[in-house]
Design a protein around this ligand. Structure first.
Ligand SMILES: [Zn+2]
Length: 382
């Protein structure tokens, strides 16, 4: 092991964490030649619906494009997890000079663990292989990921309150995400289970709270949330009680703006978030939330989102009994889009994936440009 190998493995680790931010098993790869980074790739089989979308394949493809040559002579590929047979085969076809991996993979590793594709003397090309570079860090990223996933499975076993409903899992299966978290022990929740998505780095970056409207749920933020996370922002996307994956009390009377806000404030404290930018979808009640989320709310983004497809919008609500939340929120959150008093704010419409990325970039730049953003001198854009 040498410091050059560690340096490039850290690049691969960063890419692995990006994969985690996108809900994929965190594996990252980097192709390097003569001390120069040629390309990176991350695991994306879920996102791309592609069983071959492993980090190494993606990095090899990008490197070959970059070099204008399908043969990557003289290149070294760094990958955080021992390559599988498919990737080992692709690496041999690419005629890589060397492969360096981090953690061993006792289940599918093809560089010594289960098989060793690099030690077959009858193959015409030989690629040198070395394992164990930053193995501890590489394994920790994976363990965190799978540990979190187990946590999700455990917390989804929380018992349901007698006066509440929970959408049958089968209806929501298509929307399941490893970025899902559940919390049931905040005092204001009184035993109800709240669902939220969490993306982006756990430290550093601005924190964002993305609130759906009464006609939507957390799913409507997918594109924008991922774009923010890719820009290094920390993003929390709750389903308010009564919506999406969260528990749904049968009585409308339980829903009040004050109570929902108290739940959210307790969630922010639990997550250690002193200040957030609050992004509000249409129908989220723009005038109400910033004050109710004092002192956490330090800025507001008023965003128009594309309407959810009808089947997605109705997925959490198999019948009218499940709709007490949308009915209640719909009564107190209609009305004009209204800029909040005394806070920096941003206003935009998102129409598709590309504009989600553009709006995210503009919003991040805008809030970065506001002087004293986290302090006492707020202002609105001219
Ligand atoms: Zn593979």
């Amino acid at each position: 092991m040498n410091s050059e190998d560690e340096r490039w493995m850290r690049v691969a680790l960063d890419v692995a964490r990006e994969a985690q931010g996108a809900g994929e098993v965190p594996v990252g790869a980097a192709v390097v030649r003569d001390g120069v980074l040629i390309a990176t790739g991350r695991n994306a089989p879920r996102q791309l619906h592609d069983p071959t979308a492993h980090a190494e394949i993606s990095a090899l493809r990008a490197a070959a494009q970059q070099l204008g040559n399908y043969r990557l002579d003289g290149c070294t590929l760094y990958v955080t997890l021992e390559p599988c047979l498919m990737c080992a085969g692709a690496m041999l076809h690419a005629r890589l000079a060397r492969v360096v991996f981090g953690a061993p993979d006792p289940k599918t590793g093809a560089a010594g663990s289960v098989a060793n594709a690099f030690a077959e003397p009858r193959l015409n090309h030989q690629t040198a292989v070395e394992g164990g570079v930053l193995a501890g860090e590489c394994a920790a990223v994976l363990q965190d990921f799978f540990g979190q996933r187990r946590l999700v499975q455990r917390s989804s076993a929380q018992p349901l309150r007698d006066d509440a409903l929970r959408t049958p899992e089968a209806r929501m299966a298509a929307f399941a995400s490893p970025l899902s978290h559940w919390v049931g022990d905040l005092p204001a929740l009184q035993g109800l289970r709240l669902h939220y998505l969490e993306m982006g780095p756990s430290t550093g970056g601005r924190a964002w709270l993305l609130l759906h409207g009464f006609e939507g749920w957390s799913w409507q933020w997918q594109g924008f949330a991922q774009a923010l996370a890719a820009l290094g922002q920390r993003v929390i996307v709750p389903d308010l009680i009564g919506f999406g994956f969260s528990d749904k009390p049968k009585r409308e009377a339980l829903h009040s703006a004050d109570w929902h806000a108290r739940v959210l404030r307790e969630l922010l404290v639990r997550k250690g978030l002193d200040t957030i930018v609050l992004a509000l979808a249409d129908g989220a009640g723009a005038g109400e939330w910033p004050q109710r989320l004092t002192p956490h709310c330090a800025g507001v983004a008023l965003l128009q989102l594309p309407a959810l497809p009808a089947d997605v919008a109705s997925a959490p609500y198999p019948d009218e009994g499940h709709r007490a939340g949308p009915r209640a929120l719909g009564r107190w959150s209609r009305g004009a889009r209204q800029a909040p008093d005394g806070l920096p704010w941003f206003d935009a419409a998102i129409v598709d994936a590309a504009s989600a990325e553009n709006v995210a970039r503009c919003a991040v730049e805008y809030f970065a440009s506001v002087p004293h953003f986290d302090g006492a001198v707020p202002r609105s854009p001219a």
